[in-house]
Design a protein around this ligand. Structure first.
Ligand code: SAM
Ligand code: SF4
Length: 464
């Protein structure tokens, strides 16, 4: 084991390539795997591969239908919402697909000062957000990593009469073990980092210069994060760089490695697809674009393979794709997002990391989601009560987490409706809350109703 890396992970490329050589769909096998998936215990990599071979529209619909059932069974109607907060676009790396890459002269460089961080946070709080994802390029102002740590403290320090940010997740470049320990002290929620592609050759082609060229430093980051005591980590792939089937199977190997070493796998999986980005040619012509059909397939396969792991869909997808992806497996989405530092108080898009597929405000997204029958959730209860990492999974796997989540989702949604919603969203939302409360099983109905009534009467931050 390398001392600096604090771990090694070998993605077995040969095994994956072999599995993908046999492309024949086998209807009997597919149906056996789908039946197993309904037991809600997840699938192994071989079973996931069987599903990847699906070609016929009929079996594809069976796959989607099974994913919808599993999603509904485990997550019910709730959907977690968050906002990204880009604090800096300084970056020393050259990732061919990203607008923040060092060689891109079309983007003005900027790291928010702490007053600006406060300003951005206040706007998000006033829109109704409670969960923020802090994002930065891989180069920091002169304070180094302390800059990011101070940004976290700054965001948590902002209290407005409308509320506060209750959970900060971060999406940052890999850190050393000591830096992760310092990050842990900041009370972050999830540490997110995407491998982009697990295919080494492609990885080295698209990462031209800078520290990010080091595949092993990146892939071992989650080991260091977990050794530092960060329980919740989020992994992901940037789809479009290489064959999605390879990358999904490799991501599952990464997850298995974490499970074997730490007794718990990743908390979330993110599924961004490459979007056009200013000054980043590869983003206009992704090497292996993933079409909508395959994208839905991969979300459904992930849902069935790791049913208790959150799936995050970000800003980048348009409303139609989001709608379908939600039914199939996505459990968290970003809403009302800006992807440039200062983007919430300045409304300038030209410095954005990539072009957004969804320009709607949080209120519009909430209204749309509520119309579809989902409960938008701003809940941070588990994290604040220490239900993280293995403790979270131990509750989630036997289905216990549902008892908390549904009620907490209703509580935070009601809080949103009381303070931040437009009249039309409030009307739609209140009706939905009443309907969901009335449909709760007898064991939860009274508790759910009490929580909603307390929030409607003016109590805040009610969670179980
Ligand atoms: N700099 C850190 C890193 O690279 O890990 C964290 C911030 S970076 C902006 C966050 C993520 O943005 C990357 O991991 C990558 O997957 C995603 N990204 C970059 N360019 C993109 C594009 N053109 N379309 C969609 N996502 C993109
Ligand atoms: Fe920098 Fe991250 Fe963009 Fe790469 S993806 S150029 S590391 S901000």
């Amino acid at each position: 084991m390398s001392e600096e890396l604090h771990g090694t992970i070998t993605i077995d490329e040969e095994r994956i390539m072999k599995a993908l050589e046999h492309a024949e769909e086998d209807a009997v096998q597919v149906r056996e795997v789908l039946a197993k998936a309904l037991e809600l215990k997840g699938l192994n990599a071989d079973e996931a591969t069987v599903l990847m071979r699906i070609q016929s529209p009929e079996l594809e619909e069976e796959l989607f239908e099974t994913a919808r059932k599993v999603k509904d069974e485990i997550y019910g109607r709730r959907l977690v919402l968050f906002a990204p907060l880009y604090v800096s676009n300084l970056c020393a790396n050259d990732c061919t697909y990203c607008a923040f890459r060092a060689g891109n002269k079309a983007v003005k460089r900027r790291a928010l000062n702490y007053e600006e961080v406060i300003e951005e946070t206040r706007i998000l709080i006033n829109q109704g957000h409670k969960r923020v994802l802090l994002v930065a390029g891989e180069s920091y102002p002169k304070e180094g990593i302390d800059y990011v740590l101070k940004c976290i403290d700054t965001i948590y320090s902002v209290k407005s009469e409308w509320g506060e940010v209750r959970r900060i997740n971060v999406n940052l470049a890999p850190l050393s073990l000591d830096e992760f320990k310092r990050l842990k002290e900041r009370r972050i929620g999830t540490f997110q980092l995407f491998q982009e592609t697990y295919h080494r050759e492609t990885y080295s082609k698209v990462h031209i210069s800078g520290k990010k060229r080091d595949f092993d430093w990146r892939i071992t980051a989650m080991d260091r994060a977990m050794l530092a005591g960060i329980d919740d980590v989020g992994i992901g792939v940037l789809f479009g760089l290489y064959d999605w089937r390879f990358d999904v199977l490799a991501l599952l190997q990464h997850n298995n490695h974490l499970e074997e070493r730490f007794g718990v796998g990743c908390h979330t999986i993110s599924v961004p697809r490459i979007e056009p980005a200013v000054g980043a040619e590869v983003s206009e012509h992704p090497p292996v674009p993933v079409n909508d059909r395959d994208f839905k397939k991969l979300i459904a396969i992930l849902r069935l393979t790791v049913p208790y792991t959150g799936i995050i869909l970000s800003t980048r997808e348009n409303p139609e794709m989001r709608r379908e992806a939600l039914a199939m497996g996505v459990s968290q989405i970003s809403a009302g997002s800006r992807t440039n530092p200062g983007g919430y108080h300045e409304e300038a898009y030209e410095m954005s990391q990539f072009s957004l597929g969804d320009h709607r405000s949080l209120d519009e997204v909430v209204e749309d989601i509520a119309h579809m029958g989902y409960i938008p959730s701003f809940c941070t209860g588990c994290y604040r009560l220490g239900r993280t990492g293995k403790d979270f999974m131990d509750l989630a796997k036997p289905g216990l987490i549902k008892h908390y989540c549904e009620i907490n989702a209703l509580s935070t949604f009601t809080e949103f409706l009381e303070h931040f919603a437009s009249p039309i969203t409030k009307e739609v939302g209140d009706k939905l809350v009443d309907k969901i409360v009335s449909e709760q099983p007898a064991t939860r109905k009274e508790r759910a109703n009490n929580v909603v009534q307390k929030v409607r009467a003016g109590e805040r931050d009610v969670y179980v």
